[in-house]
Write a protein that binds this ligand. Sequence first.
Ligand code: ZN
Length: 465
Amino acid sequence: MQVYNTLSKKIEKFTPVNEDEVKLYCCGPTVYDFVHIGNIRTFIFYDIIRRTLLGSGFKVKQVINLTDVDDKTIKNSKIRGMGLKEFTDKYTEYFFEDIDKVNIKRAEVYPRATENIEEMKAIILGLLEKGYAYTADDGIYYSVSKFKDYGKLSGAKADGGLSRIKNDEYDKENATDFALWKNWTENDGDVYWDKELPKGRPGWHIECSAMSLRYLGETLDIHSGAVDLIFPHHENEIAQSEAYNGKKFVKYWVHPEHLLVNGKKMSKSLYNFFTLRDIEKQEFDPMSFRLMIIDTHYRSKLDFSFESLRKYEKTLEDIDIALKLLEKLEKIGPADTETMDIIKNESNDFEDAIGKDFDTHSALLHFFKIIDLINAKAQKGKISLMEYDNLIETIDTMNGFIGVIKDYVVPKNLFKIAEERKSLRQSGDWKEADKKRNVIKDAGFKIIDLANSDYLIIKDRKYGR
Ligand SMILES: [Zn+2]
């Protein structure tokens, strides 16, 4: 495996610190609202990292944190008149619903910031003791000029302690001292901790240093997050963790690019801000969004549009039909060596592609070669059992890496209705036959008619009508 490392700005060979288990930390959602599709792009990429490692034979421990206490969660829970826990629990639940819809496999641990306050306090106390942090009237701050490697990831320069900032997020080129701990103010209401440190709450950056240390240890193999987290968030994580542990924090930093909408950055004021739920409201299958995401290299910007999504939804249906046709083929005759060679070569090329810095776009081209092969066999109406077994195994393996095929069940009663439709068509009662077709459609499925009165029943993706 090879990985582009933001730290070295080079593609490097991937070798984990400990061969037994890859330690993968991914910055998770702030659970203050529905996540937008740009966030989902990032989460799908985390899933690709995980699947690629597993598919390449590594054992993986993946941690994705849930930020349930920061400036935004406190502000929004107050606006909604809800307690912080009740509020963030709700959005955590929505987050899991969303990632399930795009076939993201669960990580080993989803730690919540509020359940790791003791770990954060320990690091802050340690940083105070080592002289990397200082107490101000409104909180405890990290002194960026004390950490000699500050800026090694992002290129940001420490301003020599000229200013400090309490906000969790701040501008680029503004490497100020940042808050590790924020003293309580009225805005925080009942959100505070008051033992060992002044009554208050943690800053955002310390959360990830604490949770990665607790669940994965001092040195992580891969740390990922969207490009906008490189500075200040990841730069600050390095400063905190390396100063506290005295060890290298992360071996490979991996950052997926932004998702644009119609060429522009997503923003609520431009009315181009979408969640997965908005996509579903327009009757798109969320899986078409997954296919769209992985068809672009993660380090390239990706321009989202509903027109483009429609194209992927059609592709998803083509895959579905090809696999259903494969099931129907008569399994007979000897295996064809040319076919067997194509299967073998395409599988190897697929794994090579995805192993080279998670190049899902190139990998997909090989996946589609296999789909083309299935369609060619379907034209002939038969396949050898050996070819069939190999194709099924290959599709399964490839799907293990990319997860574009999500199984679904066609309700049994729909097959009965389809059979009734078939008889009606055979007796020329087209009107009643169409009624049966509509019953199936209303259930969210559709019939694809084949030769000799045969048919398939597939999920009706509607192409986003
Ligand atoms: Zn983080």
